[in-house]
Ligand binder design. Structure first.
Ligand SMILES: [Zn+2]
Length: 435
């Protein structure tokens, strides 16, 4: 089973092509961290058979793509197997090669269709190989690939021992081998299960257009830290507006005029750099803080955002959720790397309801909300982090998941200072005072 292909919570990237990170948690399964080690590989002896394999593999993927392109339904693996397995095996592929090929072809077709693109035409030489079809000897840094028609290829990994060392306690389950500009590259996917430490505090995070608000609460509901980070959303938006302006001006021709296309690519590149740099930095600082406070990190589940009024349609259209997802991905990844627990809650109502009595809040003045029933008053972001805490508590602490008293108080009990002097309410308690 390939998480790279089949998990929509998968994000691939990381500082150009140094390595790729994938983090996911499937309900009911233990959380894992996945990393890809990307390295150059040097074939021992002739590379003819390996190249032959890569060409055959590419042509086979293309063949499956061609056949299923016209079918307007999502094909199950079972059906794909029935349609292509025998054919692929007769071409010389091993059982798991065949499976990787049709699953990969299907994912290509599906993503091309969902992007409204054309039928994919494969040029690059690249193959996804299942763990049954390779042997990895980390001590000697040698990879043996099982190719078509019982051929084998031995490759020496060209990387430092220190880089490899990290993965010795991990399991690996899949790799991608590529031929690019006369060189072979492999990305080997490693996986490690994480055993979250028992949290002593709850860190809740609210993402907004201009800033990220982070709050740390004790399990008893006391606010111990509140912090804001500015986001580069406006800067990103400026580049986005530039791209759209150019595309409107050259509505029909921007794809074909070299200079225009280049200008668009430049803005796109800026957006990518700004957003990844930011996400990495935030992920790191948030996770460091969470580690310091022994927090469980609570995020909004962006898949359930539709109902949330703070991100209306026009806003989503402007920026999409991709940037939030990227930030969350980095926070989640960095937290899990530090063996911290990460939980997502449904954000519905978190930015509009009173954290004290659950009534709908009204806007008092810019960004400040007030409750007509109980008089609670608070900044929009603060309301959100308090509500996220409240939801986490009612869902996770009350049913005793973490073994905490089921009557954990609501966040309002000690944070009502919110309505008065903000700085006072946000007085920071050092982590050692908590324990
Ligand atoms: Zn209220």
């Amino acid at each position: 089973m390939s998480p790279i292909l089949n998990n929509d919570k998968t994000f691939i990237s990381f500082k150009a092509s140094v390595y790729i990170l994938v983090s996911y948690s499937v309900r009911g399964e233990e959380p894992v961290v996945v990393e890809a080690l990307k390295t150059r590989a040097l074939p021992e002896g002739s590379c003819d058979k390996l190249l032959e394999f890569l060409r055959l593999y590419r042509d086979a993927v293309q063949l499956v793509v061609d056949r299923i392109w016209g079918i307007n339904e999502k094909l199950s693996w079972k059906k794909l197997h029935r349609l292509f397995y025998n054919n692929l095996v007769s071409m010389g592929f091993r059982a798991h090669h065949a499976k990787e090929i049709y699953v990969y072809a299907e994912s290509l077709v599906e993503s091309a269709k969902s992007n409204g693109g054309r039928k994919p035409a494969l040029r690059r030489l690249s193959a996804r190989v299942d763990k049954y079809d390779y042997r990895l000897d980390l001590d000697n840094m040698v990879l043996t690939l099982k190719l078509h028609s019982d051929y084998e290829a031995k490759l020496k990994l060209v990387t430092s021992r220190e880089r490899i060392e990290k993965y010795k306690g991990w399991s690996n389950y899949e790799l991608v081998v590529k031929y690019e500009d006369g060189e072979f590259w492999v990305s080997i996917y490693f996986r490690r299960a994480i055993k979250p430490v028992k949290p002593r505090t709850v860190m809740t995070i609210d993402l907004n257009f201009d800033n990220i608000t982070l709050a740390v609460f004790t399990l008893g509901g006391r606010l111990v830290k509140l912090k804001r980070f500015k986001t580069p959303h406006r800067e990103i938006l400026t580049h986005k507006i530039w791209i759209e302006r150019i595309q409107r001006r050259y509505a029909k021709s921007w794809r074909y005029i070299k200079g225009v296309k280049k200008a668009i690519e430049k803005h796109g590149e800026r957006i990518r750099n700004i957003s990844w740099d930011y996400a990495h930095k935030i992920g790191d600082s948030v996770a460091e803080l969470a580690l310091k406070y022994h927090s469980v990190v609570v995020l909004e589940d962006l898949d359930e955002l539709r109902e949330n009024n703070k991100r209306d349609r026009s806003f989503n259209k402007k920026l999409g959720l991709w940037f939030y997802r990227r930030i969350q991905f980095c926070i989640e990844y960095e937290a899990r790397e530090r063996d911290l627990e990460v939980v997502k809650i449904n954000p519905r109502g978190t930015s509009s309801k009173c954290p004290r009595c659950n009534r709908k809040l009204v806007e008092n003045k810019h960004r400040v909300l007030r409750c007509r029933k109980c008089g609670f008053m608070g900044d929009r972001d603060v309301v959100a982090v308090m509500n996220i805490y409240g939801k986490y508590v009612s869902k996770h602490l009350r049913c005793g998941v973490s073994g905490v008293a089921p009557n954990a108080p609501k966040p309002d009990e000690n944070t009502s200072g919110m309505q008065g002097n903000k700085d006072e309410a946000m007085k920071v308690i050092e982590p050692h005072e908590l324990i």
